[in-house]
Design a binder for this molecule. Structure first.
Ligand SMILES: Cc1cc2nc3c(=O)[nH]c(=O)nc-3n(C[C@H](O)[C@H](O)[C@H](O)COP(=O)(O)O)c2cc1C
Length: 196
């Protein structure tokens, strides 16, 4: 029995990619089979082929970046066409997601990232997924931004983030979750074996 995981990320500056890679390290440590893809290569991938789907992006103006928003809208439109977006959004067995967001929080801190996590999580919930994690990681602005934002924002000096500690937290979260999901999948398969 192997846990199959798809990790999709959008990361123009690399912070979210590094976060996604840390997440993958945790999953692999828990013996999951992991596929890591950037968003622009994720179009058309059948999410149903995976026990867990993870999607991450940065906060842009306290919202998901436009390409992410478009990809979410496309998945919802496809879900509608397949009759999967239904009243009460019943949770479908085996559909499990984690979403993760990187953000710098210069003005109001994590409140700039939570709307992004909410939109990502809501999209999965509309498609019948159980969302088992909404994870936030601090990610500094890149060189072409106003340097004061990385020094004097709501979160203080965030230069160099995500740092080893930030990435370690994500890795540990992923390891823990994958361990639980593997156990749940094994139990499900045992029950199915017993009943037919
Ligand atoms: C165009 C733009 C808009 C941003 N807007 C916000 C924002 O509203 N709130 C926030 O906390 N961080 C904001 N950030 C910071 C990014 O979310 C953060 O640096 C993130 O880690 C970048 O991820 P990446 O390196 O994967 O592209 C913004 C960055 C850019 C480039």
């Amino acid at each position: 029995m192997v846990l199959r995981v798809l990790v999709i990320y959008y990361s123009p500056g690399g912070n979210t990619k590094r976060t996604a890679e840390a997440l993958c390290r945790g999953l692999v440590r828990a013996e999951a089979e992991v596929t890591l893809v950037p968003l622009h290569r994720a179009r058309g991938i059948a999410l149903d082929d995976y026990d867990l789907v993870c999607l991450g992006c940065p906060a842009y103006h306290f919202a998901p970046p436009a390409p992410v928003r478009r990809a979410l809208d496309r998945r919802i439109a496809e879900g509608n066409a397949m009759g999967r977006v239904v009243p009460n959004a019943p949770r479908c067995a085996g559909r499990t997601a984690v979403v993760f967001v990187t953000y710098a929080g210069p003005h109001t801190g994590i409140a700039e990232a939570t709307p992004v996590g909410d939109v990502l999580a809501q999209t999965f919930r509309h498609l019948g997924y159980g969302v088992r994690g909404v994870w936030y990681t601090v990610g500094a602005f890149h060189e072409n931004s106003n340097p004061r934002l990385n020094l004097y924002g709501r979160l203080g000096d965030i230069r160099g983030r995500p740092n080893a500690h930030d990435l370690g937290v994500i890795e540990a979260n992923a390891y823990g979750l994958a361990t639980v999901l593997r156990y749940e999948k094994a139990e499900r398969e045992k029950r199915q074996g017993r009943h037919g």
